[in-house]
Design a binder for this molecule. Structure first.
Ligand code: AMP
Length: 415
């Protein structure tokens, strides 16, 4: 299937061509026709699958076809609510890119910064508003936002909204939406609370599910190192030394941990920056900007802060800590190998993290290839490695092959 087959308006086709998108991703292929036909949609999918375009393109297409933009002030016709600032900025950027040959305007609002500029842009008038829930509710309550002409509403990353404690804000926002609208609801997972929330928001809906395994395991080359807590900094510095020219995203489970990683890398003369909730919005934007333009090669992030990171040339993701929630692993490794690209995700696993690795492998239904010996291996790690080969019993040839493949590929990338 091509984008032409989807019968999109020509300014959108032109923009997609300019983006270098040749083919719709699976979620786009499934969701776009449903949305163009005007149905509500429940999308069980995560970032990295092409989800943003899957909802942005049909919304832009509808707005273009309606051609009823009044000559005077623009009024919000489409609203996207998403949990993090980074994700909000990313989505708005995508709307700008896909809508670059149209007259449609978007803006983005989020907390942590002064509201004046955002209010000015709202007063100037926009067709599409991308927002995080807290600031949206705040500006709604102050009377700066009218839903009078609102027709398209997207709730993005609903499970993350729940994790971040936004559920009440989201319910309040849903309660204010005009009844006649097309609703889109996206979540990577569907726990009970999220199912209930989706029922509140959606009318009769169609469902599209893109499984994490489809989205990641096939495209991302994975590997795990057994390493003690003490030796993790050394192994990280060692791997980064080998990849001086690659953009590497390092995941830390905690904010404190992220700061510590930056400090130890600094001691090894490797420049990096951390982004997490305790950093000011300006510092986060600065670090993210430098990472995106390639001037900063190593970014250390917590899971929440990393949600909106979309870097084309992201060669490598390193899980400095293994996440205790398996789905998070899938989110993380989805930062590399976006859409049509392939990437590498390497994880550090210390003794206490072994159960997390087991859970992850259960979820992705595959064994993460063992990277074998490394210069910082100690007795306990060797025992882990050995115990692993005794218990999980992959076929010996297959195991060696996958390990060698990984090594060779990594080597090639270093050239
Ligand atoms: P998303 O899941 O929306 O965050 O998108 C992940 C990445 O895939 C982004 O970098 C998009 O620009 C890119 N992308 C989305 N759709 C396509 C497509 N059809 N072809 C190639 N890249 C795409």
């Amino acid at each position: 299937m091509t984008f032409q087959d989807l019968k999109l308006e020509s300014p959108l086709l032109k923009a997609l061509e300019k983006q270098g998108y040749t083919q719709p991703t699976p979620i786009q292929e499934q969701a776009i026709p449903i949305l163009l036909a005007g149905h509500d949609l429940l999308g069980v999918a995560q970032t990295g699958t092409g989800k943003t375009a899957a909802f942005a393109i049909p919304i832009l297409n509808h707005l273009l076809k309606e051609k009823n933009t009044p000559q005077g002030k623009r009024i919000i016709k489409a609203l996207v609510v998403t949990p993090t600032r980074e994700l909000a900025i990313q989505i708005a950027d995508n709307f700008t890119a896909y809508g670059q040959y149209t007259q449609l305007r978007n803006t983005v609002i989020f907390g942590g910064v002064k509201q004046a500029q955002q209010v000015t842009r709202l007063k100037q008038g926009v067709d599409i508003l991308v927002a995080t829930p807290g600031r949206l509710l705040d500006l709604m309550n102050q009377g700066y936002i009218s839903f009078r002409d609102l027709k398209y509403v997207v709730l993005d990353e609903a499970d993350q909204m729940l994790d971040m404690g936004f559920i009440h804000d989201v319910k309040k926002i849903i309660a204010k939406l005009p009844p006649k609208r097309q609703s889109l609801f996206f979540s990577a997972t569907m726990p009970k609370t999220i199912v209930e929330l989706s029922q509140k928001m959606l009318g009769a809906f169609e469902r599209v599910t893109i499984k994490p395994e489809q989205a990641t395991a096939e495209k991302v080359e994975q590997g795990v190192y057994f390493v003690s807590k003490k030796n993790k900094p050394k192994l990280l510095a060692h791997l980064l030394e080998q990849r001086k020219n690659d953009s590497v995203l390092v995941f830390s489970r905690t904010k404190h941990g992220a700061n510590k990683i930056v400090k130890t890398l600094d001691q090894a003369h490797i420049k990096s920056a951390a982004i997490h909730g305790n950093k000011s919005q300006n510092m986060r934007q600065k670090a993210l900007g430098a990472f995106k333009d390639g001037s900063l090669k190593v970014l250390v992030a917590t899971d929440i802060a990393a949600r909106g990171i979309d870097v084309d040339e992201l060669a490598l993701v390193i899980n400095y800590d293994l996440p205790n929630v398996s789905e998070t692993y899938v989110h993380r490794i989805g930062r590399t190998g976006r859409a049509n690209a392939s990437g590498i995700a390497l994880s550090f696993c210390m003794g206490e993290e072994r159960p997390y690795l087991k859970d992850i492998e259960k979820l992705i239904k595959q064994q993460v290839p063992r990277m074998g010996e490394h210069p910082f291996m100690e007795g306990a790690d060797l025992v882990e490695e050995k115990a692993d080969s005794d218990t999980s019993k992959p076929r010996p040839n297959q195991r060696n092959r996958s390990r060698n493949n990984n090594r060779n590929n990594h080597r090639n990338r270093n050239k």
